[in-house]
Design a protein around this ligand. Sequence first.
Ligand SMILES: C[S@@+](CC[C@H](N)C(=O)[O-])C[C@H]1O[C@@H](n2cnc3c(N)ncnc32)[C@H](O)[C@@H]1O
Length: 192
Amino acid sequence: MYVWPSAVVLAQYLWKHREELRSRTVLELGAGASLPGVVAARCGAKVILSDSDTKPLTLQNCRRSCDANGLTEVQVLGLTWGDISPDLVLLPELDLILGSDVFYEPKDFEDVLVTVAFLLQKNPKAQFWTTYQERSADWSIEVLLHRWNLNCVDIHLETFDADKPDLAGSSLPGSHSIQMMIITLKKDDQRT
Ligand SMILES: C[S@@+](CC[C@H](N)C(=O)[O-])C[C@H]1O[C@@H](n2cnc3c(N)ncnc32)[C@H](O)[C@@H]1O
């Protein structure tokens, strides 16, 4: 039930873009305590929260976050990164995919991007909004983005007032270095 610092930054970005969220279908990957998904749902989005299929207690915590925030319509699904499971294939049309602090273990980076690439192929206009905590300067997803035909734009935190140690009443960002990116399909794939 730990809310990671990246979640607070992504929640701030969602709040700043709340007008765009109403009635949109949003999937959160690796949701954990689910702060971004909860904020999106409270802003009027139709939200599906997901976390690893192998972690029933985490999925239970996703549901508890919804209960604590009076959200009765949010669906919770077990989606393990890199698994093209029936639940992943049967998802409804998506407008937005969220992921906060899902790039924290290099061995999982490609699995996260396989899931994102699969979803963006099915929903070519959708975007993946993701925040991560810089834990090593040696880690990079650049080669993987190229391999999976994905485009990435860095969103500077100062553009949404998130370059602060305290954010929306939370001191979690502190001195952590948090980054945000928007990942989409490369243009040639968007046309097909
Ligand atoms: C660092 S936590 C971030 C949690 C939450 N997004 C936040 O920012 O507070 C990483 C999350 O990814 C989930 N996770 C780890 N491995 C996963 C996998 N293979 N597939 C799906 N989710 C996974 C964990 O259960 C956990 O909730």
